[in-house]
Design a protein around this ligand. Structure first.
Ligand code: 5GP
Length: 191
């Protein structure tokens, strides 16, 4: 896979910083991009569909795929919950001459940065502050108290990696952040 790899875009941020919304926006603007659907072992949320948001699989299936080296990267993002980018997913997109967009956590991104340093664009979306992040996660209403706490403490840790990124966008105002992301992606696509 290494030798044959083509362009990819990785968008990362602490959970709740708005990376999924910015990613969705980019997909609408650039038809040559395709959302890379990850495999995950958490339960689907009520609005999520298998094969659209994630490939929801069991822990056993996930571990089997790790052993078979089917992942570009994988992480246990939260206690007991695995998430990973499948090589088959990226290959499927490259075959269609599309550029995969990975919406993954910071650790996973650092891993991809090391393994696939050229031909890849890495963007870090930064929340204005941890307090604002907490407020956004609470208003999203998708987390219980425990998972909210886990996400906030992980976010503080993830923010410490911001210096390892050349492209950092502060998501204070959604529209401004989208425009900035568009500019960076346009540059990458055209070069
Ligand atoms: P959520 O449970 O909110 O959908 O996602 C939790 C976190 O896992 C988010 O930061 C999301 O971007 C990240 N994530 C989703 N897919 C992957 C993946 O394939 N690999 C890694 N490392 N993180 C992922």
């Amino acid at each position: 896979m290494k030798k044959e790899y083509q362009k990819m875009i990785v968008i990362t941020a602490p959970s709740g910083a708005g990376k999924t919304s910015i990613t969705r926006h980019l997909m609408k603007v650039f038809p040559q991009l395709a959302f890379s659907i990850s495999a995950a072992t958490r339960e689907p949320r009520s609005n999520e569909k298998n094969g659209t948001d994630y490939y929801f699989i069991s822990v056993e299936e996930f571990q089997k795929k790790i052993l078979n080296e089917e992942f570009v990267e994988w992480e246990m993002v939260y206690e007991g919950k695995y998430y990973g980018t499948l090589k088959s997913e990226l290959k499927r997109m490259w075959k269609q001459e599309l550029i995969p967009v990975l919406d993954i956590d910071v650790q996973g991104t650092i891993h991809v940065q090391k393994e696939y340093p050229v031909n890849s664009l890495f963007i870090f979306i930064k929340p204005p502050s941890i307090e604002e992040l907490q407020r956004r996660l609470e208003s999203r209403g998708s987390e219980n108290k425990e998972s909210l706490h886990a996400r906030i403490s992980k976010a503080a840790y993830e923010l410490s990696f911001v210096n390892q990124f050349r492209h950092v966008i502060e998501n204070k105002d959604f529209e401004t952040a989208c425009h900035e992301a568009e500019r960076i992606v346009k540059d990458f696509i055209n070069n």
